[in-house]
Design a protein around this ligand. Sequence first.
Ligand SMILES: Cc1cn([C@H]2C[C@H](O)[C@@H](COP(=O)(O)OP(=O)(O)OP(=O)(O)O)O2)c(=O)[nH]c1=O
Length: 189
Amino acid sequence: MLYLASQSPRRRQLLEQIGVDFRTVDVEVPEQRALAESPREYVSRVAREKALAGLAALSDAGAVVLGADTEVVLDDEVFGKPADAADAAAMLRRLSGRVHEVISTVWLISHKGEWSDTSVSRVRMPELDAATIKAYIATGEAFGKAGAYAIQGHGAKLIEHLDGSHSGVMGLPIFETARLLRAHALITA
Ligand SMILES: Cc1cn([C@H]2C[C@H](O)[C@@H](COP(=O)(O)OP(=O)(O)OP(=O)(O)O)O2)c(=O)[nH]c1=O
């Protein structure tokens, strides 16, 4: 049985989108980048820890657990979920007029082995003035999202160009996830 180790409604929705049969398992993993860790190493470690925590929480010997993590990266700095409105505004001011990366890593872990894949997208935002940032934060959707925006919502208005994976930015890169699931016979096509 496939389990998604996530509380994120987006990840559930993206996995449902490709018709995969799965259950969810709740995990709580601290998200704190270590000093020596590159952004990619950090995202991968957190995604792997989520999958491992999911596997440890299950008593199903045949469980295969999918864990994912998504972070926004600008100038080697990782932007996670904003703590409050001031933090969200500060993130959007930094992202304004710049190109940033969105890194999404997925791990598939069972008692037989572990496999992963990563999607890196480049996202360009136009110059955002204070009124635009204020209005966006008032939509409420900045909270709980890495980098304080949601490509799947009003945040799409803030994206001038995307070079990469829309589903990856949303939290679960469908192409890479499907390829992993297929390689391990969890889906057939
Ligand atoms: C950039 C961006 C991020 N996000 C979301 C995806 C992730 O849910 C979230 C980043 O936080 P994550 O720590 O990757 O995930 P999560 O805490 O929401 O869920 P869980 O750990 O239980 O799996 O930001 C969007 O929904 N849209 C976007 O455009």
